[in-house]
Design a protein around this ligand. Structure first.
Ligand code: PHE
Length: 342
């Protein structure tokens, strides 16, 4: 018995095989244990001989099992050390650093320039009532301008009595909100997201505008022109950049003008601030008396200008980016290419 198990233990190839042997030999129903149970049937004389012999056998097998178990564990560890290794000299993978999105960056640049010109920052909600987005801006229901905006309407069932809401189609409703809150005189810009159902190389359904509003006792178009020229010179870092005011129409300004900046195309490349082409960059005008009235400002006492321009559009022009949609793809290769990520 002893020889049988000692050689089995010596031959065991792994811990599972060793455990089988332990169960067969000294487990509860193992061969040695069964023999020990037979001690009860023996005469005292027989038991005196067989008892210590069986105990010695059990001890010897247990210590052989323990020794073999340690040996197998050592061998397994050696094997792992030999096969599993780590090259600590490999360079790390790096985690990259987050950076400011180009639209946020340009938005901050714009706010900083207008801060120098005395404009504070105002805000309004992106989900807006149709009153602020349209009616307060002299666009009554059924006015054709409502169609032109490709508005996203919030779905409501017929029983809903809350006023209709839209995703704001421009930042102009912040004119009304800012004047309601602060009255006149006022000088604010309102940067933020706006929405229109439109999608191609130069249009995304969500984009960014910055609104400007200056109301005081004797503000004129001349002040508007000066402020915008100061702004473009600082933003594009071009002294004396030329602007062109073209007569236009918006329901919320009278008179209205669209403003172009001087540019040229050289070998298909756009250059801002030189040459004799023009690039449209914004809409503007003198705030319509009805807009002042809707916001609780007396049009007999106050007047001023407003303008609205696309932030993404300005970023495209400043950094020479051809496709607007790329701004919202979060493609790291694109961000790196334009120097917005490292
Ligand atoms: N809200 C106009 C637009 O989105 C721009 C604008 C703003 C025009 C303020 C005049 C005055 O097209």
């Amino acid at each position: 018995l002893k020889q049988k198990y000692l050689s089995a233990i010596a031959d065991a190839g792994d811990e599972a095989a060793l455990e089988d042997i332990r169960v067969q030999a000294v487990g509860k129903k193992g061969e040695v244990s069964l023999k020990m149970r037979e001690l009860g049937k023996m005469t005292p004389e027989e038991r005196q001989v067989a008892g210590p012999a069986l105990n010695a056998l059990k001890d010897e097998l247990n210590s052989a099992l323990a020794a073999k178990k340690t040996a197998l564990a050592d061998a397994a560890l050696d094997e792992r050390l030999r096969t599993e290794w780590l090259d600590v000299t490999l360079p790390g993978r790096g985690r990259g650093q987050g950076t400011i999105h180009p639209v946020s960056q340009v938005s901050e640049e714009i706010a900083a320039i207008f801060a120098n010109l005395g404009f504070a920052v105002a805000e309004g909600p992106q989900i807006e009532t149709d009153w602020y987005n349209f009616d307060s801006l002299n666009i009554p229901p059924h006015h054709p301008a409502r169609q032109e905006f490709d508005t996203f309407y919030m779905h409501r069932d017929e029983a809903d009595e809350r006023p209709p809401h839209v995703l704001r189609t421009h930042t102009s409703p912040v004119q009304t909100r800012a004047m309601e809150k602060q009255g006149a005189p006022i000088r604010v810009i309102a940067p933020g997201r706006v929405y229109r159902s439109d999608y191609d190389q130069t249009h995304t359904p969500m984009f960014h505008q910055v609104e400007g509003l200056a109301i005081d006792r004797d503000i004129s178009m001349a002040n508007l022109k000066w402020v915008l020229e100061e702004f473009f010179a600082a933003f594009f870092e071009i002294d004396g950049i030329k602007t062109r005011f073209r007569a236009s129409h918006f329901p919320f300004t009278e008179p209205s003008a669209e403003v172009d900046i001087q540019c040229s195309w050289v070998d298909g490349q756009l250059k801002i601030g030189e040459g004799d082409d023009w690039m449209e960059v914004l809409g503007s005008g003198m705030v319509h008396p009805k807009v002042l009235q809707a916001a609780g400002v007396n049009p007999d006492e106050w007047q001023g200008f407003a303008f609205g321009m696309g932030i993404d559009r300005l970023a495209m022009l400043k950094y020479g980016i051809p496709d607007l949609r790329a701004f919202f793809d979060s493609d790291l290769r694109w961000l790196r290419h334009y120097g917005f990520a490292s």
